[in-house]
Design a protein. Structure first.
Length: 215
């Protein structure tokens, strides 16, 4: 667990080590992480936002080819959501009756379902910026049988925004001296900001429950 947290907070250093030892295989690794984080409901714990920022910073240093990694990760994000949607459509509504297990967290599914119910199709775009919900939203869209052409539009739009903002942010700001000296804090800040929407929803749910009990 400590190693996993360390990877989150020092993603840039770990990726530099991987580049030094495995060179071109870094592209395959990054593709796999982004694809799995968006495409498989059993891997919502994989890094997303912070990883993209770190990759952008490395691209800014010239350690990763920007012309390759940007379209590669865009394809990974689009394919990931597409596969997730297909799995959700195949499994159907019966998935909500599954019990939580080591590889499946029903609470995460219900949270994504509530998010989807609240924002409709826009949830596919907004979920790109919300950890865990990002992994489950396309799955829920598939379960709910959202029209595929509509889903594809939201999928591609969300992927372009997500990859562009975080990868571009790392590319243009990751090389700044103040960012380099405080990369750990920057990554931690990205993680905190990403989790804020979920925290806010939990807080609102807690307030609503208190009001109901008071009434």
């Amino acid at each position: 667990m400590s190693e996993f947290i360390d990877f989150f907070l020092h993603a840039e250093k770990h990726l530099e080590w991987f580049i030094t030892n495995y060179n071109i295989w870094i592209y395959a690794l990054l593709f796999a992480i982004i694809f799995c984080e968006t495409g498989l409901i059993v891997t919502p714990f994989l890094p997303g936002d912070s990883l993209l920022f770190a990759v952008g910073a490395l691209a800014g240093k010239g350690l990763i080819d920007w012309r390759i990694i940007a379209p590669l990760l865009l394809v990974a994000a689009i394919l990931g959501d597409g596969v997730n949607y297909a799995i959700g459509k195949w499994l159907g509504p019966k998935v909500f009756h599954y019990e939580s297990s080591r590889f499946f967290n029903k609470a995460h599914l219900m949270k994504a379902h509530a998010f989807y119910e609240k924002y409709g199709g826009r949830a596919i775009i907004l979920a790109r910026f919300v950890p865990i919900v990002r992994t489950f939203a396309p799955f829920v869209a598939g379960v709910g049988s959202m029209n595929y052409s509509k889903f594809a539009f939201y999928n591609v739009t969300g992927a372009i925004l997500w990859i562009g903002i975080f990868l571009g942010g790392g590319y243009y700001f990751g090389g700044l001296e103040i960012v380099q000296k405080n990369m750990k804090l920057v990554i931690l800040g990205i993680i905190v900001v990403s989790v804020l929407p979920i925290a806010w929803e939990f807080f609102k749910a807690w307030l609503d429950k208190r009001r109901e009990n008071a009434a």
